[in-house]
Design a protein around this ligand. Structure first.
Ligand SMILES: Cc1ncc(COP(=O)(O)O)c(C=O)c1O
Length: 380
């Protein structure tokens, strides 16, 4: 532990020094099977040689030129992202919260000055910056930060009637995660997301999906909305995009994207050459190794095994974004014992364990995680 860091995280007393595929190694050389992947980030695995080579090559060639000029990896990554969804234009930021800030500013600018309100879900998590915090539907996270940015209204997740009831003349957008991640891996129902699309069409609102956690193949499609068959007007990405390097992206349909003009938004580091090259290599790696479709099959298998464990009441999620609901409020204890046994997962609440492993996880590694959890859950 450090005396030199602000105390903003409930950190475990472990320092990792090395990673290899789905394994992390601490200062004593102890291996840990990583079923958290830096919280749904390291999709292509730790120490990925293909991505490392791309980063090394780019960092020697060109690192930074500012956004007053173009750099090749940024142009290529924007084109690649548009190919994954089939529409839109991209703005590059440095994190999920920043990608959401772009989406929020974009709808404000688009509908300015008439409409500015955004309806978000209770239980949602959109980030820690002031706008993304106000969008986040968890009052506990707002404590001590008043006054929050205005214009955000919250409605019950998966409750279309509640969302519809919150729309007024000043509503500009609806913004949701297709699967609530930080709130316990709760998937939207099909009818909810389709219903939101209909509401947005009927009332001329932008539909924004926060795919920061669900995106980049985690749910078995590039984007979770593709699995639902519901297209947003704007969506955001971050976590899995560059396999652990800081990046965020906001992708918007042309009719919305055109509302941002030179000088209206920007970022010094957003879209930097090294990060974009890393993201391109990551997407290439995921594609070449068929890891996106693989996440669907692996997720089905993992869930089918996890649901047989003692004390597991329900297993939910899509692809390799998995929440195990326990019959008792022992998730923190299970998490602690798993870590001591060399398995990294986390708990989003007293009774939910979250597993979001690298998409490269093997069937043997999933079996090993299940065996470890079986031992622990049988005893606690
Ligand atoms: C759905 C979602 N949106 C936004 C964020 C914020 O991303 P970042 O921590 O990169 O700012 C997160 C982070 O957990 C998230 O899960």
């Amino acid at each position: 532990m450090s005396n030199f860091l602000m105390n903003t995280y409930k950190r475990n007393d472990i320092t990792f020094v090395r990673g290899d595929g789905c394994y992390l190694y601490d200062t004593n050389g102890k291996p840990y099977l990583d079923c958290l992947a830096g919280i749904a980030v390291v999709a292509s695995g730790h120490g990925n040689a293909f991505i490392a080579q791309a980063i090394a090559d780019q960092s020697q060639k060109l690192t930074h030129v500012s956004n007053l000029f173009s750099n090749e990896p940024q142009l290529a990554l924007a084109e690649k992202l548009v190919q994954t969804c089939g529409f839109g234009k991209v703005f590059f930021a440095n994190s999920g919260a920043e990608a959401n800030e772009c989406a929020i500013k974009l709808v404000r600018k688009h509908f300015s000055p008439k409409k500015y309100k955004i309806i978000c879900a209770l239980g949602s998590f959109h980030g820690r910056t002031m706008a993304s915090l106000a969008a986040t539907g968890q009052p506990a996270k707002w404590e001590g930060f008043a006054p929050l940015l205005g214009g955000f209204v919250h409605a019950a997740f998966n409750d279309l009637t509640d969302f519809a009831s919150k729309i007024d003349d000043q509503t500009a957008a609806i913004m949701v995660e297709p699967i609530l991640g930080e709130f316990g891996v709760i998937p939207a129902s099909d009818s909810f997301l389709h219903g939101l699309r209909e509401l947005c069409d009927r009332h001329n609102l932008a539909l924004i999906f926060d795919e920061v956690q669900t995106g980049i193949g985690r749910t078995g499609a590039w984007w979770a909305f593709q699995g639902y068959g519901v297209e947003p007007d704007i969506f955001t990405s971050a976590k899995g995009l560059a396999n652990g390097l800081p990046i965020g992206a906001c992708i918007a349909k042309d009719s919305f994207a055109s509302s941002l003009t030179p000088g209206s938004h920007g970022s010094t580091f957003g879209g930097g050459a090294v990060i974009c090259r890393a993201a391109l290599a990551n997407l290439d790696y995921l594609e070449t190794n068929k890891l996106v479709a693989g996440a669907d099959d692996k997720g089905d298998y993992f869930r089918s095994q996890l649901v047989t464990l003692p004390q597991v009441k329900e297993v939910r999620g899509r692809g390799l974004m998995i929440g195990c609901v326990l019959a008792n409020p022992v998730a923190a204890k299970i998490n602690e014992l798993a870590l001591a046994s060399g398995l990294i997962i986390n708990n989003t609440s007293d009774d939910v364990l979250r597993l979001v492993p690298p998409l490269i996880i093997s069937y043997e590694q999933m079996d090993s995680a299940v065996a470890t959890l079986n031992n622990i859950l049988s005893e606690v």
